[in-house]
Design a protein around this ligand. Sequence first.
Ligand code: RP5
Length: 163
Amino acid sequence: MATSATPVAIIMGSRSDWPTMKLAADKLDQLGVAWEAKVVSAHRTPERLVQFATGAKAAGYKVIIAGAGGAAHLPGMAASMTELPVLGVPVKSKALKGMDSLLSIVQMPAGVPVATLAIGEAGAANAGILAAQILALSDEALAERLAAFRVAQTESVAESVED
Ligand code: RP5
């Protein structure tokens, strides 16, 4: 099997999830972490999901970010087929504003964890940062970039309520 030097896979249930999931990719870009994004639907492309999740570790990925909305089974099903850490992003749904997505992802049975983030854009951005933090445990240069990112973030928050 071809191996990838790309450490983060971003998978999502539909192209319609990309505007949200792009926030994870943006944070990874900012932190200098390579990623690949794919549409992998638990319901519409189940065989693609099995192929991806069973092969993800051998393919060289280190962390999987999985976003889905509604009946959001993608992160949990991916986690069931790989030992890689899976970060689940509940995408905001039209009907229930992402509460359905959140509850579908967060209540995993003991033994098959998914690290579940917040609903929507904040969750996607934090998934990107969290993936980088996991990779930084064995990458000192990335750990330094993360520390600098935190300092810059802190410095960007004005104390005053007016200009
Ligand atoms: C889920 O259904 C996807 O993750 C998406 O959030 C939602 C709606 O998908 P589309 O109908 O927009 O393709 O599987």
